[in-house]
Design a protein around this ligand. Structure first.
Ligand SMILES: [Mn+2]
Length: 376
């Protein structure tokens, strides 16, 4: 029997670009969450941990980040670690794992060649990636093992051909042929590269191929991310038992919201109430909102930024409507302000470029605040 943890795509050193002020928080949490993987491995007394690539964001990752990861490795000295580099931390002269610090981590083995490696309970068949432009099936170096004793585990980093959620992407990106399991007779193929946890069943309904996905979600748009896998195979040919274990700490939500009129703001507040515990929020607003409600929308969104680690709001497809009765503007008690508002509203009524409309709307919002005596 063999029991191990499968993990991948830690992407340590990731900038978290596009996450704004949350970038540094996300970077730190990615490092912290490694503990969730290795602590679980220790508790379950697994035979080893299999790291399936992209542990670092790139081979030039800062030494401070490298030291943080090695520090964590050293807290779990009894767990053998087998690490196959991916495309981000690709093998070669500049490979991050060539740095001297890794040579002294006794319980860490970097899988650099396709030579099989005997480990506690199983035989590993690594499929090292040597070029990010490879078009050949990465698993073709795995030998036929159907007649060879022991539990055989393939380890690779790439895209399972024909199974990608992104159409046509799998044709070009580090191809892995799912039929390699049948061809070679391996018991299990452990994969990295995709950030979502996925398992793939063969024609008999047994899942022998799985991505753990990243241990901590990296961005909006990833589903089923933030896990490692506990994999148990009782004997050669037996169906692997694959259990996803939650390791991610951050919660993410990506949501589209349709605005109809000013009453939609009440709905929006209700929606925010329902997601108040979520760390990372991306919201796309569609539909229409009258100009006089824009300020209230801004207030709601500003307050929400204080409740979440990250709030990204896309307003590009929200149409701010101007009331047709331009002839009766609110009286600011100042003819210049009144004239300016009429002028801006006329500009807006004639403008179709969404970017320019947004600028005019911003100007109008500021004007209205100023006119009402609110400091801007
Ligand atoms: Mn990758």
């Amino acid at each position: 029997m063999v029991r191990f943890i499968q993990t991948s795509d830690w992407q340590i050193g990731m900038k978290g670009g596009g996450l704004g002020e949350a970038g540094p928080i996300v970077r730190e949490i990615r490092i912290e969450s490694i503990h969730n993987v290795l602590k679980f491995a220790q508790e379950k007394e697994v035979d080893f941990v299999l790291l399936c690539g992209d542990i670092f964001e790139h081979n030039m990752t800062g030494q401070e980040d490298v030291k943080k990861v090695v520090t964590i490795f050293n807290k779990y000295p009894d767990i053998p670690l087998y690490l196959l580099p991916g495309n981000h931390d690709i093998l070669g002269p500049d490979c991050v794992y060539n740095r001297p610090i890794f040579q002294r981590v006794n319980h860490l083995t970097i899988l650099r060649t396709s030579d099989s490696v005997e480990v506690t309970g199983a035989i590993l068949h690594p499929c090292p990636l040597l070029s990010t432009f490879t078009t050949q099936d990465l698993t073709e170096t795995i030998p036929v093992v159907s007649e060879v004793d022991g539990i055989h585990i393939g380890v690779a980093h790439g895209s399972l051909i024909g199974k990608s959620p992104v159409p046509n992407w799998e044709e070009i990106d580090l191809p892995i042929n799912p039929s390699c399991v049948v061809r070679t007779g391996i018991d299990y193929l452990a994969l990295g590269h995709w950030h979502s946890h996925r398992t793939f069943e063969d024609s008999t309904g047994i899942a022998r191929i799985a991505y753990s996905g990243t241990h901590e979600q990296t961005n909006y748009g990833e589903d089923n991310a933030g896990h490692c896998l506990l994999v148990q195979i009782d004997g050669k040919g037996d169906a692997p038992k694959i259990v996803p274990i939650k390791t991610g700490q951050l919660t993410w939500v990506s949501m589209e919201f349709e605005m109809k009129d000013s009453s939609s703001l009440i709905e929006l507040e209700k929606y925010f109430e329902s997601i108040k515990g979520i760390d990372m929020v991306r919201l796309v607003l569609h539909g229409e909102l009258p100009l006089e409600s824009k300020e209230e929308l801004d207030n709601i969104l500003e307050f929400q930024t204080t409740l979440h680690k990250n709030l990204r709001v896309k307003l590009d497809s929200l149409n701010i409507t101007v009331p047709p009765s331009l002839e009766a503007p609110p009286d600011f008690g100042d003819p210049t302000l009144n004239q300016t508002e009429i002028h801006l509203k006329q500009l807006l009524a004639n403008e179709i470029d969404p970017r320019k409309r947004r600028i005019i709307i911003e100007a109008l919002t500021h004007l209205q605040r100023f006119g009402k005596g609110i400091e801007v």
